[in-house]
Design a protein around this ligand. Sequence first.
Ligand SMILES: C[S@@+](CC[C@H](N)C(=O)[O-])C[C@H]1O[C@@H](n2cnc3c(N)ncnc32)[C@H](O)[C@@H]1O
Length: 331
Amino acid sequence: MESFHIPVLKEEIRHWLQPHAGGVYVDGTLGHGGHTMMLLEASAPTGRVIGIDRDARNIATARERIGETDRLSFVQDDYRHLKRILDAQGIERVDGILLDVGFSSAHVDDAARGFSFQQEGPLDMRYDTDQGQTAAEVVNTWSEEQLTHVFLIYGEEDRAREVAKAILARRRERPFSTTVDLAETIAVALGRHGKIHPATRVFQALRIVVNDELGAIETVLPQAVDALNVGGRLCVVSFHSLEDRLVKRFLKARPDVQILTKRPLTPSPLEIAGNPRSRSAKLRVAQKLGPDEIGKSKNKYNTHDRSLNNKALNALPTDHSNVPHSVEPHA
Ligand SMILES: C[S@@+](CC[C@H](N)C(=O)[O-])C[C@H]1O[C@@H](n2cnc3c(N)ncnc32)[C@H](O)[C@@H]1O
């Protein structure tokens, strides 16, 4: 049986996005369609969803899983082009936007995509395999300074310089072409200590830079708020502190949104037990304000919607019954 990506914080997103019949929603990171299925169900019978993903294979899986319906449009594109995508659909404003950023379990489970340092595969890591440079091109051509910067900033790898030096020394003999090849070079440079594989942080950094993940988030956020109807909501799930910080700062600086989650929502212990990959997920939610509401609220944060706070949500049962629990998408 095919294993699908398990959607994180699904009940929380249902609660905060408030999908309803007649509404129009964007799932900017369709993946295997787990969240989109929830949006379709919650907005039945007339709600509409635009499901975007850069990865053609994930779109094909979602299409096969959900089937064709005139309530759902599949769009293979980068969510950073949100305005253009909505224009092409003839849509000016939407009622809710979800971004569940990063990679899906399909990426790490398939060795041929090059995300996993535990399985031999080409050093690729692109979500869209038709565009951009591969991880191999980055490690084989970028300077020691550039690689050190990438590993330090995106991977928070303290020994970034040592890794960059080891990569340059090795590539002078022979360029890198596979995941395991790179992982072994890193393991030799850093040694093995503790449970975490020494290549974990460097692989994360490469994935972020290969797909320009922070650039995509930075570019989409203003378009997302602009595209919301008054009262419409934006939900962003991030898995990395840099992404989360970007979202937090953007929302704080934007006068026409009310932040509904003072602190980000996180998965319950039950959800983490069923889906360990969810453990670093953070959900932030904001609501679009009308012109006459801007600047009126004393507080940037909503103080009246306490119906489901983080604690209460963490007590919610999370239904994983329709998806296998075996998927643990860690490289
Ligand atoms: C965490 S997964 C989403 C999983 C999905 N919510 C589900 O329930 O199956 C993130 C997805 O976003 C896609 N993605 C990452 N960056 C993207 C971007 N800039 N534009 C569009 N899709 C992107 C990835 O290909 C991946 O399928």
